[in-house]
Design a binder for this molecule. Structure first.
Ligand code: PLP
Length: 275
């Protein structure tokens, strides 16, 4: 294990040379049966656990959120059969449709991880267990109102733009403190922590800096967070960079392609500004 100089205390110790797997993007083989899913899930879990061990973290402190966006209902049934109980979806209508068509699957819950327009808050309130892309007070207000009407609560993560790319959603880091102060007004929202998408780059150090920024922000704001606002969770890392995210403190990693296989639709369909 490498010894870090004292002034880099923001970096987790160990394995700072872990590389991204973004060169695999779009090439992952399709998981077509329950065995494929079991094998992929076990392989990802093993890599997560190894990343934890590199930085002396308890593997039980990191949750794997499989991301099923673009995958059809038959694949969702296979993932469920392989043990998945919470699935991530990026688009609200797609998530809502899949929920409606799979209510027979015991214990299956949905996490919405993409930007939501305020006028879709009602759809979200009907079925989602978790929302990881809260980025405006207007949306918080609309969600809270719809959730009250449904008699439901929602776990939420505040999305932070750590890459500085104007195309990405999320609050600028310097807007987050004031935002958090306003959230206790919305009693149906259970604030759990932050979510981010790192820079999509093969330069591992630049990717890592996005994760370091989010954890540093969380550590600072934790002291002054209003009562009832928990910042325990850091949702960061996906197929190409989850190991680096774990080394920097992720408690949730969102992994799609490395479990389900490459997506047919281009990423520009899901991410603003993606190539
Ligand atoms: C699609 C998506 C992921 C998963 O990306 P993969 O490359 O498939 O692992 C993670 N987070 C968000 C917000 C996504 O939209």
């Amino acid at each position: 294990m490498m010894t870090l100089p004292p002034d880099s205390s923001e970096n987790a110790p160990g394995a700072p040379d872990t590389q991204t797997h973004h060169d695999q993007h779009g090439r992952y083989p399709q998981a077509l049966n329950v065995e494929d899913f079991r094998r992929n899930l076990a392989a990802i879990r093993a890599r997560m656990d190894a990343a934890c061990r590199r930085v002396d973290r308890d593997p039980a402190s990191v949750r794997l959120l499989p991301v099923s966006k673009t995958m059809d209902e038959s694949r969702i049934r296979l993932a469920h059969a392989a043990g998945c109980r919470l699935l991530g979806e990026n688009k609200i209508q797609e998530a809502h449709r899949k929920w409606e068509n799979t209510t027979d699957l015991a214990g299956l819950r949905w996490s919405v991880i993409g930007h939501l327009q305020t006028n879709k808050a009602k759809l979200m309130a009907q079925f989602a267990s978790e929302f990881q892309a809260l980025d405006s007070l207007r949306l918080a207000e609309a969600l809270d109102r719809r959730l009250q009407a449904e008699g439901r609560a929602l776990d939420v993560y505040v999305q932070v733009n750590t890459s500085g790319e104007p195309s990405k959603y999320g609050l600028a880091p310097d807007e987050v403190a004031a935002f958090l102060q306003a959230l206790p007004a919305f009693s149906s929202l259970r604030v759990r922590g932050f979510m981010t998408l790192a820079l999509f780059s093969r330069e591992a150090e630049r990717v890592r800096q996005c994760f370091v920024l989010l954890r540093g922000l969380r550590d600072r704001l934790r002291q002054e967070a209003p009562a009832g606002i928990s910042l325990d969770e850091l949702s960061m890392g996906m197929s190409g960079d989850f190991e680096i995210a774990i080394e920097e403190g992720a408690t949730v990693v969102r992994v799609g392609q490395a479990i389900f296989g490459a997506r047919a639709l281009p990423d520009s369909h899901y991410w603003p500004g993606a190539a």
